[in-house]
Design a protein. Structure first.
Length: 603
């Protein structure tokens, strides 16, 4: 037992050492961390054989993909997910169907027989599924998950997570000499729907009270344990129902997207997600069977480019059909031409029931692994096919950046703030993540830098260390909070002036102790009220007295709410009384309404 324990520790040490060495080197030379982890896995496993059992490590490390999907779910409210339904069930469905048919036709044409047709269908559908882990990690690394093309790529991957259920249901139906009851597939589908319903009900009515109870105890370790319990529990529930674990964790994240504990959960999960994803990519390299590749190198050498080309062309065409421009379609096609981790599951299951031989299963898994390893290269090639003018518009080029004021966000609020700062002679560097807004501003002579303000590298390139003040003018509360948290963690000396979305956001920002925050509608409401009161005949002194008193009450109510919660301070609001309040004299004598009024003839 002791020797076995030492072996586990040694393997862990070797894997961690490989990650520490390979990832920074790959990042430094521009290859990206994913390729670095893959290379480390190949060297540690098939080349030097320092660590074996790559397939077992891969099964465990898939929890990294599970955690990644949970974090993505936390950032997608149900309403946002519903708005993506056309891409998920339209673009995603067509991608799996058309790619599957095309690949099935190619396989069947090479080896034709009745038995080979069923195998070709399973092979075609299995290879049609892309790698969620590789696609999302590359988007994350580039800070492009929130872009239009990132959202469309995610929609395709999300449907593929759903598609694994019917594809796996076909495996026993296609098994030779195996007659499955006709109701079995319907039962599996019913179990999957039941599991999803159970997860939705649990997430909607039980998860928030659970986290509220744990948070009230102040036990941070219990909060982290509860977060992991929810993620892994929902993942296992979906796996039991025949669906992917990633789908379960994603749904759990979506159900918690509107929770007040969302940011804390994301912070708790993030460290586990990072290390397990790194382990996943290394495990892909570990599981690469070099002897299988050596024996079948001609088949693999021909199959891999054909597979990636077919998938890339289909994805490009469908994206153009769904309204994407050339550049966006190229990026998605270059991101998802590989086969993915679901291929391991499908081909292992098919080989176990005799649809094709175990050796063929090993060749297919080798093909999948090679396509995954080539993903960064394919993405790089796709970027070279972009139209030069569009690429320049969206390039993160911060040449000349670095001013007294760094402004993040150039929506309507930011545009007015920038005008006053520039009129005052201040030097302002402005960054925004909307290509359309930047193009519009450029027409009026503005110099706006394209970049995601939630990324440390972008802030540094924009000159945050030289700035005297940071003006955060973003519209979304979550984005503003993320930027504030990042700046306070990485640049603690920075002076932060920020726009608040509403009253609750003001309280949140004050807890973060930013130097200055302002609700976007506060001052405009006071100005509007001032002019309205003047129009009603009040003199300027009385108007200013009313505005000052309202402002004082509002500030006092905020102080109370910061201690007692949003529901507090209601008695400080002006409401229209039913009867005159005590000590307030009516402006005119009251008249009885029950007396008969004189007619016009009597007047």
């Amino acid at each position: 037992m002791a020797v076995e324990g030492i072996s586990y520790y040694t393997h862990a040490l070797v894997l961690l050492g490989g990650a520490v060495v390979a990832a920074p080197i790959a990042k430094k030379i521009g290859l990206g961390t994913v390729l670095g982890y893959l290379a480390a896995g190949i060297i540690i496993g098939p080349v030097t054989r320092l660590v074996g059992g790559g397939e077992h490590i891969l099964q465990f490390a898939e929890l990294g993909v599970v955690l990644l999907l949970f974090i993505i779910g936390l950032e997608l409210k149900p309403s946002r997910l519903w708005s993506m339904r056309r891409e998920i069930f339209g673009l995603g469905l067509l991608q799996v169907a058309i790619t599957g048919i095309a690949l099935t036709g190619i396989v069947a044409a090479v080896v034709w027989s009745t038995h080979a047709l069923t195998a070709a269908i399973i092979i075609g559908l299995g290879l049609a599924l892309s790698s969620t882990a590789f696609g999302l990690q590359i988007l994350e690394e580039r800070g492009e998950r929130g872009t239009s093309y990132g959202q469309r790529a995610f929609s395709i991957l999300l449907f593929q997570d759903l598609a694994i259920v019917p594809i796996l249901a076909l495996v026993p139906l296609f098994a030779p000499h195996h007659a499955e009851a006709p109701t079995t597939a319907l039962q599996d589908f019913g179990i999957a729907l039941g599991a999803m319903a159970l997860l939705v009900v649990t997430g909607r009515y039980l998860l928030n009270p659970l986290f509220q109870l744990i948070a009230s105890t102040g036990a941070r370790e219990a909060m982290i344990a509860a977060a992991l319990l929810v993620v892994f529990g929902s993942a296992m529930l979906m796996q039991f129902a025949g669906m992917s674990m990633a789908m379960g964790s994603f749904l759990a994240g979506v159900l918690l997207a509107e929770s007040s504990y969302r940011h804390e959960l994301e912070a708790d999960i993030e460290p586990f997600r990072g290390i397990l994803l790194a382990l996943f990519f290394m495990a892909v390299g570990l599981s690469l069977e070099l002897d299988v590749i050596a024996k079948n190198y001609i088949l693999i050498l021909i199959s891999v480019p054909i597979l990636m080309l077919v998938k890339g062309v289909v994805i490009y065409g469908l994206c153009r059909l769904f309204g994407s421009g050339h550049n966006e379609a190229c990026r998605i096609a270059g991101l998802l031409p590989q086969s993915g981790e679901f291929g391991f599951v499908v081909f292992t299951a098919a080989a176990s029931v005799g649809i094709f031989s175990a050796s063929m299963g090993s060749i297919l898994i080798a093909i999948v692994t090679v396509t995954m390893a080539l993903t960064p290269l394919a993405s790089s090639i796709a970027n070279r096919l972009l139209h030069a003018n569009s690429r320049e518009e969206l390039e993160e080029n911060f040449e000349g950046a670095g001013s007294d004021v760094l402004m993040i966000g150039f929506s309507r609020f930011g545009q007015i703030v920038s005008q006053t700062l520039l009129a005052g002679g201040s030097d302002v560097t402005i960054i925004d993540h909307s290509a359309e807004r930047i193009r519009s501003a450029t027409k009026f002579g503005f110099k706006i830098y394209f970049g995601d303000g939630t990324r440390k590298a972008v802030l540094e390139a924009a000159g945050i260390r030289r700035a005297k003040l940071i003006a955060i003018c973003t519209h979304e509360k979550a984005t503003t909070d993320k930027i504030v948290d990042l700046i306070q963690a990485e640049f603690p000396a920075a002076r932060i002036f920020t726009r608040a979305y509403d009253r609750s956001h003001t309280l949140s920002l004050r807890k973060r102790e930013v130097e200055y925050e302002l609700r976007e509608t506060l001052e405009s409401s006071f100005i509007f009220s001032r002019e309205t009161l003047r129009a009603l005949g009040l003199d300027d002194e009385r108007v200013e007295e009313i505005i000052s008193e309202t402002r004082r009450r509002d500030e006092e109510r905020l102080r109370i709410q910061s201690v007692e919660g949003m529901a507090a301070g209601g008695d400080m609001l002006h409401t229209r009384p039913v009867t005159p309040e005590p000590l307030i004299k009516p402006k005119k004598e009251a008249e009885r309404l029950d007396l008969e009024q004189p007619s016009s003839a009597d007047k």
